[in-house]
Design a protein around this ligand. Structure first.
Ligand code: ADP
Length: 144
């Protein structure tokens, strides 16, 4: 990884993002910020993958609803790299509840539902390490 404070993060565009035709809009915001796309793939989410991604939320009241908006649907998974990328991407995405997210953020501008809030991004280096492996093999990451 090149550069001071360089970091990678995992991002998933949720099915609503794909269905609304916002793939380009959202990726464009990441690119304009200066993040580099290390990997990108369109994935049909199995229930198993959805449950693995969201296993920390198992048992919460919104868990089943969350799995149902993802499982069996098409998402876009990607790895982004850049200076302090994990925090940068979380701030670009905005608050979990799109109704509270600041205008100018992705959720603030393009979403309104809480469960179906358009985008997922890793919230720590540990989450990144766990999450990217659900979608990518290490051999796929040697793109730059
Ligand atoms: P984030 O995606 O911002 O990291 P969390 O990790 O807290 O948020 O939650 C994961 C996902 O679970 C959220 O993106 C959202 O889709 C869903 N979610 C979180 N809290 C709620 C809630 N109170 N009601 C419904 N869905 C929720």
């Amino acid at each position: 990884m090149a550069g001071e404070d360089a970091e990678r993060t995992f991002v998933m565009l949720k099915p609503s993002c794909v269905e609304k035709g916002f793939i380009g809009e959202v990726i464009s915001r990441f690119e304009r910020k200066g993040l580099r796309i290390i990997q990108l793939k369109v994935v049909k989410m199995s229930r198993e993958k959805a449950e693995e991604l969201y296993k920390v939320h198992y048992g919460k009241p919104f868990y089943e609803g969350l799995i149902n908006v993802i499982a069996g649907k098409t998402v876009v998974a990607m790895i982004l790299e850049g200076r302090k990328a994990i925090g940068v991407v979380r701030r670009l995405i905005g608050a979990t509840d799109p109704a509270e997210a600041q205008p100018g953020t992705i959720r603030g501008d393009l979403a309104i539902n809480l469960t179906d809030n358009l985008v997922h991004a890793s919230d720590s280096p540990e989450s990144y390490q766990r999450e990217y492996r659900i979608f990518f093999e290490d051999e796929e990451l040697q793109t730059y």
